[in-house]
Design a protein around this ligand. Structure first.
Ligand SMILES: NC(=O)CC[C@H](N)C(=O)O
Length: 243
């Protein structure tokens, strides 16, 4: 089996080690004998996404998000949306996540349009939310804890889109309604940096499995020994919940 990861805007959306998510996907596939290829999708590269199994967008500053917003909405919207409708697996973090919603309002006269995969919008707040985060993720019938850290001023509000999970510690989407992230079909958005996947193997495997199932039908994912990953995750949970 083989998966192709599309890394969108690696030169623009590249905050806080988010590229570590790609390394995690590569390793977890390699450990199972699944071939993996990574294609960079920069603004000069055209794609209709048909060869992409997992698409990744990291976090970025407002300035970089402006460039990305133009490219996404002017060039990519139709193909991106039809790939998501077709079940493409997507992981988007923070600045990338914000632009998969309807818009990111930075100031009174500065509104960056997004592509509306998520029925969500983001408004810049006057206080940055910078803290460690623990959530109870809930994807369809699956529930598990996830850890990470967040650093954003944008406050995201969801309408007809499900959150990725509920906040146990941290601010999440907006610091108000205790939701964190969003998902639609196999497209996910989250504020969790860290990077998020090394410390949250269940989420990493969920992404790999959805991509394999879309490409190959009913596939079973060989379990890995995740003792190290779960020990790390539990130590973080204990430390921040003070238990
Ligand atoms: N960490 C990020 O990707 C930042 C996203 C956005 N610029 C914000 O501050 O809300």
């Amino acid at each position: 089996m083989k998966l192709t990861i599309g890394h969108m805007y690696p030169d623009l959306l590249n905050l806080y080690g988010d590229r570590g998510n790609i390394l995690t996907l590569i390793r977890r596939c390699e450990w199972r004998g699944i071939d993996i290829e990574v294609k960079s999708i920069t603004i000069d590269i055209n794609t209709n996404f048909t060869d992409i199994n997992i698409l990744f967008l990291g976090g970025g500053s407002d300035r970089e998000q402006k460039i990305v917003s133009d490219d996404l909405t002017l060039k990519r919207m139709k193909n991106f949306k039809s790939a998501v409708e077709d079940g493409m697996t997507v992981l988007s973090i923070c600045g990338g996540y914000q632009l998969l919603g309807k818009y990111y309002q930075i100031g009174t006269n500065n509104k960056l349009p997004g592509i509306g995969i998520f029925d969500a919008w983001t408004i810049a707040g006057n206080k940055r939310m910078i803290t460690n985060v623990i959530i109870e993720a809930k994807i369809n019938n699956l529930k598990f804890k996830m850890v990470g850290f967040e650093n954003h001023s944008g406050k995201t509000y969801l309408k007809n889109t499900k959150p990725l999970g509920n906040i146990i510690i941290g601010s999440g989407n907006n610091g108000e309604d205790h939701t964190e992230g969003a998902y639609y079909k196999n497209a996910f958005g989250t504020y969790l940096h860290g990077p998020v996947l090394p410390k949250n193997p269940e989420f990493a495997d969920y992404l790999i499995l959805t991509a394999l199932k879309r490409k190959y039908g009913n596939v079973v994912l060989q379990p890995l020994d995740d003792t190290f990953e779960y020990n790390t995750q539990n130590a973080i949970i204990k430390r921040f919940l003070k238990i």
